[in-house]
Design a protein around this ligand. Structure first.
Ligand SMILES: Cc1ncc(COP(=O)(O)O)c(C=O)c1O
Length: 290
């Protein structure tokens, strides 16, 4: 039991009151940042890493967060507590705030701070993904910094729409150079001859919190992980491919552009990593209700 709970600019409000101005530059221009946290059984997964990324995103776009990290963390915990949900998504968002119609951020006096907590949707048991390689590319840092979570997801949305139109679940985007970058909202790992590779930060990826945990776990499992440029041919010849993200943890990729990956089933390293990841979740996390 619980209810969706919202914090907006200093107040906890219910859904009807959870509104921001149409003159907020977050709405007008996508001028803002966000992050996506998650709880498992009343514990927030990787809270500090998420808070760090949220504050880094703000620094990248030179956005003032009118709270310290500690204060923001307390608001996040309080919003979850008030919601009563043990398993939920937490969506903190900071926008440039209300300003005049032009996009000049100088007209915005105060940033808007929003935290939204909603129950985690029940995921399909079948998490395997059929994918396409999108014709859209991940934007390089000199166009839109891909390593920050800016409220400007049109790149990913267009790729997702393209995937759906072509009968797939999701899309893999390449970077501007044509190397593999990531999925619409997940990082990508491929396995070949028991070695794992994942695109590095220079392939326009979002540095996923789950990605960092998986790299750590693979090293603990004595599986070597290379962070490097990955080619499309490597995708087509991989033994296993999986995606990682807050939304669905580990998702096996079983098809790309109509071609089977491996034998079209989650492979042994994917399965083993999934088990280790679930163990890690139960052993870690910041308790909200104690
Ligand atoms: C573009 C993109 N890449 C990767 C990820 C995975 O990141 P994380 O593991 O932090 O959820 C996300 C998650 O929202 C994303 O939006």
């Amino acid at each position: 039991m619980g209810k969706p709970t919202f914090y907006i600019n200093g107040k906890f409000v219910d859904e009807r009151e959870a509104q921001i101005s149409v003159m907020d530059h977050g709405f007008l221009y996508g001028d803002g940042i966000f992050d996506a946290f998650r709880t498992y059984d009343g514990k927030i997964f990787q809270l500090d890493a998420h808070m760090d990324r949220l504050f880094d995103s703000a620094r990248i776009i030179d956005l003032n967060i009118p709270l310290s990290k500690e204060e923001f963390k307390c608001i996040v915990m309080d919003t979850v507590r008030r919601s009563g949900y043990k398993d939920c998504y937490i969506r903190p968002q900071v926008t440039r705030g209300v300003g005049s119609l032009g996009h000049d951020p100088g007209t915005c006096k105060e940033s808007s701070v929003i935290v939204y907590v909603t129950p985690t949707p029940v995921l399909k048991k079948e998490r395997s993904l059929r994918t396409i390689i999108s014709s859209y590319r991940r934007s390089p840092a000199f166009i839109l910094p891909p390593e920050s979570k800016i409220t400007h997801y049109m790149n990913n949305i267009l790729a997702k729409m393209e995937a759906r139109k072509r009968g797939a679940d999701d899309a893999i985007l390449l970077d501007i150079r044509g190397f593999v970058s990531e999925g619409c909202a997940w990082n990508i790992f491929l396995v070949k001859n028991k070695t794992v590779a994942t695109p590095s930060i220079s392939s326009s990826i979002l540095r996923g919190i789950t990605r960092d945990v998986i790299i750590h776990l693979l090293k603990e499992m004595n599986i070597s992980v290379e962070e490097r440029d990955v080619t499309v041919s490597e995708l087509f010849t991989a033994d296993e491919i999986f995606g990682t993200g807050t939304g669905s943890g580990i998702s096996p990729v079983i098809e790309i552009n109509g071609r089977e990956v491996g034998d079209s089933r989650p492979g042994p390293i994917t399965d083993e990593t999934d088990i280790k990841f679930k163990e890690f979740i139960t052993k870690t996390g910041t308790s909200v209700f104690e």
